[in-house]
Design a protein around this ligand. Structure first.
Ligand code: ADP
Ligand code: MG
Length: 566
């Protein structure tokens, strides 16, 4: 391997040359305490910045093994180190001057959730560490200004690396606390299973966010307090006893007047599939990790999904046991979302009436009298929600401020009143007994069969020159194929969409053959990530910064991709 000094000489020698001469710097260089690898050099100062990685041996990084002895703890430690490193380099970004992106120092920006990312990878077998970052190689116009790059690589970066990625420079207590919090969060996840709960919200949690566009905790919010009847106390390995509301398995209804905090509670549950960082307010809000938000999603594409559980005898006699459309309605989209959710193996559905198709949720009595059941193609969710639980073991938590019919099918009813939850199950049941339950002559419940075998269109399997573009948290563009993910609300980070784009291409290129079922394809993708790591999905020309999406979002993405034939 070349030495750091070789790199310095090389940089001196190309100073004032034209920009492409930077390409000659590609390679690995031994610095005193780490290896610096220049992996990709940008074509000009205005292009996407160059990609540089820092490799630190296990001996030098020296993190004690108890900080990363489980998958979850390793992810939490990586996340913590990434945040430390991002903080360390931030003041140096654009300190080196020049045209375009000259002097930019960048790395993944983490939000409130702790995610596995390719930006920082600790190898569990030897404790070595790789951090992937971006550097805008400096130029004046298109003329190399290599003294500026020398400044970045030799003056700025070494200090940042030593200060934030070496255990001996970090606060050992802070590092241990990351592991302790993670152990406690995993203990809550394990306790959910033991105690027959779908979710837990600790007393004192802060659920609302600062604003609609900021995910930080709201200041001066009303802290969460559990109703006495639903309070459970969990004994966590590090924090000790923590009390909070345990939501039992089954059908749970969240009711209450407008603006009393119903949707805020449901949103916290949606995010509870992830672990949160200390200080977020939702550290101890933990939901069944397979939970899936269900909503209506006009205009999505649906491919051969058996939605007959909810929809049958459509005008024009389209076959609802294998339903396809390029432009779904509110109710057909929500029906497909349920069936695809079952296929993905979810055991909890989360539904907010604010974002549901009304005719999918319930039909009122008067409407039933005017329009006979036999003329109505939709079997509403209310007629299936109990069977979903009793026959398939899938619980539901629904926000329903306006449809009282759900009282009849609920096991637990929680009222939100000025952001405080009350258990009103008994009162709601007593009152409901005075009203006839929603009955419709519905078809018997039958478990949908899943044997769709996806096959990729040409647009996905093309050449190495596949173009991938990710638009924030909204959509993925591969060549000319757009996959709209705006309605997939549990995606929390644009890097998860980078991950999905890479998974989609991996599946199209190497996994789908028209014989494997969708479930088998997703199993293979997850197996690859488990065994070879997320970074195994990185390939030239694809976005470099990936975060691992959940199984549910992988299904959601494949199901929405219009270039797959099922
Ligand atoms: P609903 O769904 O019942 O209509 P939301 O959940 O949308 O109500 O909440 C209404 C408003 O109250 C939101 O602006 C939200 O940020 C705020 N809010 C929610 N929970 C709290 C809380 N615990 N403390 C303070 N404000 C809250
Ligand atoms: Mg609401």
């Amino acid at each position: 391997m070349q030495s750091a000094n070789d790199l310095k000489q090389l940089l001196f020698s190309i100073n004032h040359k034209s920009y492409p001469a930077y390409k000659s710097t590609r390679g690995a260089y031994q610095f005193p305490r780490y290896t610096l690898s220049i992996d990709h050099v940008q074509g000009d100062p205005f292009a996407a910045p160059s990609r540089v990685s820092v490799h630190i041996s296990g001996k030098t990084a020296a993190f004690p093994a108890f900080l990363y002895d489980t998958y979850e703890k390793r992810v939490a430690l990586q996340d913590y180190l990434l945040r430390q490193f991002a903080r360390a380099i931030a003041p140096y970004s654009f300190r080196a001057k020049g045209s375009g992106k000259s002097g930019l120092l960048g790395i993944s920006r983490c939000g409130q959730e702790i995610l596995e990312r390719t930006a920082c990878v600790l190898n569990p077998s030897d404790g070595s560490l790789i951090v992937n970052m971006e550097i805008g190689f400096p130029a004046n116009g298109r003329t190399i200004a290599s003294q500026e790059l020398i400044c970045i690589l030799f003056d700025f970066l070494p200090g940042c690396v030593e200060k934030s990625l070496f255990y001996r420079a970090l606060d050992p207590k802070a590092c241990a606390n990351v592991a302790y919090l993670c152990e406690d969060q995993q203990a809550i996840r394990a306790a959910l299973k033991e105690k027959g709960l779908t979710a837990f919200i600790a007393d004192g949690s802060i659920l609302p966010r600062e604003t609609g566009v900021s995910d930080l905790p709201m200041k001066h919010a009303v802290p969460f307090t559990s109703p006495e009847s639903l309070r459970v106390t969990l004994d966590l390995p590090n924090r000790g006893p923590v009390s909070g509301m345990g939501i039992p398995l089954g059908v749970t209804l969240i009711v209450g007047g407008g603006f009393h905090g119903k949707s805020t509670l449901l949103q916290a549950l949606e995010r509870g599939v992830y672990n949160h960082i200390a200080g977020d307010g939702r550290e101890y809000v933990i939901t069944d990790a397979s939970a899936g938000k269900l909503r209506s999603e006009d205009s999505r594409s649906i491919r051969n999904v058996d939605i007959s559980l909810f929809i049958h005898d459509l005008p024009g006699k389209s076959d609802t046991t294998s339903f396809s459309t390029a432009d779904a309605s509110g109710s057909t989209s929500q029906a497909a979302n349920v069936i695809e959710g079952i296929e993905s193996g979810t055991s909890l559905f989360l539904i907010d009436e604010d974002t549901s198709a009304t005719n999918f949720m319930v039909r009122d009595e008067l409407m039933q009298r005017v329009i006979a059941d036999s003329e109505e193609p939709i079997t509403p969710f209310i007629s299936r929600v109990r069977d979903l639980y009793e026959k398939l073991g899938i619980s539901s938590i629904l926000v329903a401020g306006s449809s009282g019919s759900y009282f009849h099918v609920a096991d637990t009813v929680i009222q939100m009143k000025e952001y405080v939850p009350y258990d009103i199950t008994d009162r709601a049941k007593t009152t409901a007994a005075e009203f006839p339950p929603f009955t419709a002559s519905v078809r018997p419940f039958s478990v949908p069969a899943f044997h769709r075998c996806p096959q990729p269109g040409k647009c996905l399997t093309g050449s190495d020159r596949t173009k991938v573009k990710v638009m924030g948290r909204e959509s993925i563009l591969i060549n000319k194929s757009l996959t709209d993910l705006r309605a997939v609300e549990q995606l929390t980070d644009s890097e998860q969409l980078n991950g999905l784009a890479a998974l989609l291409l991996e599946a199209a290129g190497h996994k789908m053959d028209g014989k494997k079922t969708l479930v088998q394809v997703v199993d293979l993708l997850e197996k690859q990530m488990d065994e070879k790591g997320l970074a195994s999905l990185l390939a030239p020309g694809r976005p470099g910064d990936l975060a691992r999406p959940r199984r549910q979002e992988i299904f959601a993405c494949l199901n929405r991709c219009r270039e797959l034939r099922f």
